[in-house]
Design a protein around this ligand. Structure first.
Ligand code: CP
Ligand code: NVA
Length: 308
């Protein structure tokens, strides 16, 4: 049994194995229906309990399909429907019950501490389906999408992030260290990634390039990533933050500086990107969103010690 909480904690060989397995599974499903199980139904008899403390469309649906396509099933809980959410049951007891009924636990939470608490008591794997500090399933899947479209290992590509220093960027920074790819980050001066993550990059003898001018960051890169300026856990002055990011708006003029680039966005979008870019030729956002099913299947295989 293995948890999947932060890309930092997963060996690079395992991350690569997950991507390889996802590629094979995606290819082998070409003639199968949405709910048909992969050959051998490797997770037959298993149930994944999903719990959401925050809204979700893609993560919820993609984990539903992922476990079903491996032959298992899922149940989705909303934390405010449990005793735990109302303070009527401890986290430790909740974790024990989850481990009694379920085989895996996917949690989207507004507290990283809750993840560390859960893993003290769970006897089943925990998958982080987004926390304030990271979104590892999203970013691993995005690497899959980049390599699928560019037909090259990500280590040979130049990646650019334009936007807020949030959970998705933290996971992308972590991935840049693990997979050794060049990462340019464009953000306003007061919105730099946290010292903790930048120190971790340094400790690993790697670097990321931070720019406060998006034109410099984007020049000739292969992939442009973005995300909402206001994240689910943001307790900020929304108007001010949006104004601070005005110069970082992604439009066709900016994209001209990276003629061979593709545009990716984890969704949902805010107004950080123009409609023309979002729906334009360089954008691969729908393929990116659906690839989460394929990659999360292989993450589940990893967590259940079935990845060969
Ligand atoms: N990208 C992503 O995680 O989407 P949801 O919030 O809809 O799950
Ligand atoms: N950074 C965003 C990602 C949503 C999938 C958030 O945390 O709201």
């Amino acid at each position: 049994m293995k948890h999947f909480i932060n890309l930092k904690d997963v060996k690079i060989n395992d991350l690569k194995k997950i991507l390889k397995d996802a590629k094979k599974r995606k290819y082998n499903r070409k003639n199968l229906g949405t709910l048909d199980a992969d050959k051998g139904a490797p997770l037959k008899g298993k149930i994944l309990i999903q719990m959401f403390e925050k809204p979700s469309l893609r993560t919820r649906l993609s984990f539903y399909l992922a476990i079903r396509q491996l032959g298992g099933g899922t149940i989705t809980l909303r934390s405010n429907e449990l005793h735990l959410g109302k303070g009527g049951e401890s986290l430790a007891d909740t974790a024990k019950i989850l481990s009694t009924y379920g085989d895996g636990f996917m949690l989207r939470t507004d507290s990283d501490k809750k993840i560390s608490e859960f893993i003290k008591y769970l006897k089943i794997p925990l998958i982080n389906g987004l926390s304030p500090s990271s979104h590892p399933t999203q970013v691993l899947s995005d690497i899959f999408t980049v390599e699928e479209i560019k037909k090259k290992p990500i280590s040979k590509l130049n990646i650019c992030w334009i936007g807020d220093s949030n959970n998705v960027l933290n996971s992308l920074i972590t991935a840049s260290v693990k997979f050794s790819f060049k990462l340019n980050i464009a953000c306003p001066k007061n919105y730099k990634p946290k010292k903790l993550i930048l120190d971790w990059v340094k400790k690993n003898k790697k670097k990321v390039n931070i720019f406060h001018d998006p034109k410099r960051a984007i020049k000739n890169v292969d992939v442009i990533f973005s995300d909402k300026v206001i994240s689910l856990n943001d307790k900020v002055n929304v108007k001010k933050k949006i104004k601070d990011f005005k110069k970082f708006h992604i439009n066709e003029k900016l994209l001209k500086l990276a003629p061979k680039s593709i545009f990716l966005h984890c969704l949902p979008r805010g107004n950080e990107v123009s409609e023309k870019v979002f729906l334009g030729k360089k954008s691969h956002i729908w393929q990116q969103a659906f690839n989460r099913v394929h990659v999360q299947k292989s993450i589940l295989m990893y967590c259940f010690d079935k990845l060969r």
